[in-house]
Design a protein around this ligand. Structure first.
Ligand code: HSE
Length: 352
C-alpha cells in the first residue's frame, strides 16, 4: 500500500480517484488515497470517510508518501505544498499559479529534502510536455516554444465560429465541461496561458520566469463573432497564442495574444479544448505536442503519471537560475506581421 493525500476534491482531485481505480500498473495499482483535504463533505462517495479539514494530521502521518495538490490558486495551496516538502513528502500538482509564483523555492526545498515537486499537469492538461522538455531536449538548445495553451479559450473560439454563439454562451458550456478556471477571467484575459508559457519557457531557457515578466499578455475578451467571421472569410481562424523565442544567448521575446492563423498552419486544426505546443530545438527542429489541454480525466491522468514517477523515485532535479533583468526584451512591434480586418481591427498573424 502506498499512501497519498489529495488536497482539493474538485474537478481534477475527484478525477484522480477515478483514474486510479481501474489502474493495474504498479505503483499506481497499490496507491491508497488515505486523506482528502477539503472543507466540503462528499456524502455517498466511496472515499467520504477519508475527507478531513485538518492538514496537520496529514503532515504528521509518516505513512503518507506524496501529497497531490489540485486546489488551484496560490493561497493556501503554496503553504500546503511547502509544508509537505519540508515534511519529506513528494508534492505533485496541477496548479500552474503556484508553479509560476513559487516553483523556484518549491523545487529547491524538494531537493533539500530528498523528495520531488512535479507539475506535468500544470501545462497542457493531459499532454506530456513538461517532462519531455526537461529530459528529452537535454542535448539540444530550445530556441522557441509556441502554441495554444488554454483549452477554455480555444473551446470558446471554436464554438463561436462553428455555432455562431457569443463568447458568454460558449464560456458557459466550457465551464460546465470543467475546462474553465474557477475565475474564468484567468482564461479569458490570457493569464492562464501566460503562466503556462512562463513555465515552459523557464524550462526551455534554463531560468525561472514568471508570467509577470511577459511584456504582452492579451486575452480574447475583445474578440467578437464579427472578427471571427471576417477572419474566416480571409481563410484564417483566430487563436489565443503563446510564443517564447530566444534572441541570442541572453535574451528572449515572449508574447500572449490572439493571432490570425492561416489554413496552412498545423495550429489551424487544433479545435475545442485541444492544446498544441511546438517546441523547436536548434538540432531537432520543430517537434509538436498535441492533445487534450483541459478537463477532468486527462488532467487527472497526467497527475497520476507524476505520482508514479515520484513513488518510483524516477525523477531528476533541474534547478535553474533566476531570470536576470533584461533577459526578456520589450515587445518589438515589427516582430509579427499584422493584418487589418475589414472592420478595422488589427491582429498579429501566426506564420508557421
Ligand atoms: N482553465 C484551463 C484551460 C484548465 O482551459 O486550459 C487547464 O489548465
Amino acid at each position: 500500500m502506498r499512501n497519498i493525500a489529495v488536497l482539493g476534491f474538485g474537478v481534477v482531485g475527484g478525477g484522480i480517484y477515478e483514474a486510479l481505480k481501474p489502474c493495474i500498473n504498479p505503483p499506481l495499482s497499490e496507491v491508497n488515497i488515505k486523506y482528502i483535504l477539503d472543507l466540503r463533505s462528499f456524502p455517498g462517495h466511496p472515499l467520504a470517510d477519508r475527507v478531513t479539514s485538518d492538514y496537520d494530521r496529514i503532515l504528521a502521518d509518516g505513512s503518507v508518501e506524496a501529497v497531490v495538490e489540485t486546489m488551484g490558486g496560490v493561497d493556501p495551496a503554496y503553504g500546503f505544498c511547502l509544508a509537505a516538502l519540508k515534511a519529506g513528502k513528494h508534492v505533485i500538482t496541477s496548479n500552474k499559479a503556484v508553479v509560476d509564483a513559487h516553483g523556484e523555492e518549491l523545487e529547491r526545498v524538494a531537493m533539500e529534502n530528498g523528495v520531488c515537486y512535479l507539475y506535468e499537469a500544470s501545462v497542457g492538461g493531459g499532454i506530456p510536455v513538461v517532462e519531455p522538455m526537461r529530459s528529452c531536449f537535454y542535448a539540444d538548445t530550445v530556441t522557441r516554444v509556441a502554441g495554444i495553451l488554454n483549452g477554455t479559450t480555444n473551446y470558446i473560439l471554436t464554438h463561436m465560429r462553428s455555432e455562431g454563439i457569443t463568447l458568454a454562451e460558449a464560456l458557459d458550456v466550457a465551464r460546465r465541461l470543467g475546462y474553465a478556471e474557477r475565475d474564468p477571467k484567468a482564461d479569458l484575459a490570457g493569464l492562464d496561458t501566460a503562466r503556462k508559457l512562463a513555465i515552459l519557457a523557464g524550462i526551455a531557457f534554463g531560468r525561472y520566469i514568471s508570467y509577470t515578466d511577459i511584456p504582452v499578455i492579451e486575452g480574447i475578451e475583445d474578440v467578437t463573432l464579427e472578427d471571427i467571421q471576417l477572419a474566416e472569410q480571409a481563410g484564417c481562424l483566430i487563436k489565443l497564442f503563446a510564443v517564447a523565442e530566444r534572441s541570442g544567448p541572453d535574451h528572449a521575446h515572449m508574447t500572449v495574444a490572439p493571432f490570425l492563423v492561416g489554413w496552412h498552419s498545423l495550429f489551424h486544426a487544433v479545435h475545442d479544448a485541444q492544446n498544441a505546443v511546438c517546441v523547436t530545438g536548434s538540432i531537432v527542429g520543430d517537434t509538436v505536442f498535441y492533445g487534450s489541454g483541459a478537463g477532468r480525466m486527462p488532467t487527472a491522468a497526467a497527475v497520476c503519471g507524476d505520482v508514479a514517477r515520484a513513488l518510483n523515485g524516477d525523477y531528476k532535479y533541474h534547478i535553474r537560475k533566476k531570470c536576470e533583468p533584461g533577459f526578456i526584451l520589450p515587445e518589438d512591434e515589427s516582430r509579427f506581421r499584422k493584418a487589418v480586418l475589414p472592420n478595422g481591427k488589427t491582429y498579429r498573424v501566426y506564420e508557421k
